[in-house]
Design a protein around this ligand. Structure first.
Ligand code: SF4
Ligand code: SF4
Length: 67
């Protein structure tokens, strides 16, 4: 199993193009005119969004999983 991640956005870089939301297979990212939103419960830690962002605004942080 890949490491579980939390996807975080650098709001200074993100221009809300919606590309990451478009490639996420589980719809774990929503991009609205008001901002970028990550839904942890839907994320499968595939990292596709991180590689897809044209300006490198996304990064992964390890997710603390409670035992
Ligand atoms: S692909 Fe990058 S720039 Fe576009 S909405 Fe997602 S994080 Fe923002
Ligand atoms: S890591 Fe994969 S599942 Fe999680 S938000 Fe990014 S594209 Fe979606």
């Amino acid at each position: 199993m890949p490491e579980k991640i939390k996807v975080v956005v650098n709001e200074d870089k993100c221009y809300l193009c919606g590309g990451c939301a478009g490639v996420c297979p589980t719809l774990a990212i929503e991009v609205h005119s008001t901002g970028w939103e990550f839904i942890q419960d839907k994320c499968i830690s595939c990292r596709i969004c991180i590689n897809a962002c044209p300006v490198g605004a996304l990064s992964a942080e390890p997710l603390e999983v409670s035992e």
